[in-house]
Write a protein that binds this ligand. Sequence first.
Ligand SMILES: [Zn+2]
Length: 96
Amino acid sequence: MSQEPIQKYRGVICQCCRQPIPLPAIVLRIEDSRRMEGAFPGQSDTTRVFALRCRCCEREMPYLTSEIVEIDGVPKRRLSRLAMRDAVSATRTASA
Ligand SMILES: [Zn+2]
């Protein structure tokens, strides 16, 4: 019996349609640096605000880092033009 590992990702729940929104890499980076800042006293409970656009209802809403939750499953990825451009530049960097 092989059991598939349960995939989880970090995201927020849309305030409009209650659909999960996966966190973009930039927000994950902010969150990670926030954790490192947590090593210093007095800064551990800093809450940051970031704006995310929901892919379902297309509404951009402000979210707090304290609203980040773990969501079961794999984030749905839509290959946007921006993502494709990122992939191309990553390939170029790798071959350089
Ligand atoms: Zn939504």
